[in-house]
Design a protein around this ligand. Sequence first.
Ligand code: 4NP
Length: 155
Amino acid sequence: MSTKVLMVCLGNICRSPLAEGILKEKVDLDNIYVDSAGTANYHIGKQPDPRSIAVAKKHGIDISGQRCRQFTKEDFKHFDYIYAMDKDNYNNIMALANNSIEQQKVKLILHHMPPSEQEVPDPYYGGDDGFESVFQLLDSACEKIAQDLNQKHCV
Ligand code: 4NP
């Protein structure tokens, strides 16, 4: 049975689509299912932000086929690991959990970083530089996640 990983940000158009695309490049997709969602409903059905599509493309990753969806309580049933991009989103996801088993699935994607650096900054209102630094943060976070997942599946 595959391990299921969900990346979550606010809009599901900037950070979590990048996290989904980056992790998919690093794991065996026969064993690991990766998806993303947003805690907000602002952009449902839309493509990722053009700046996220561009920075992913620059690094050889195509995320243009993704479409925005909203996080729901049902996601706790389907997913084994739920990675939040920042503390607001972490708190909003945790508030929807039914029990401690569901809560234990939720982590800040940068949880192994020093306390002051555990949030992936929201790049939506900034410039292109913000998207490159978000890409770099997510690339290192996903490298660690992929190592752990691939080890679990002995690939
Ligand atoms: P994301 O960025 O949470 O990384 O997808 C945002 C996208 C849209 C908005 C805020 C953040 N917005 O306010 O529409």
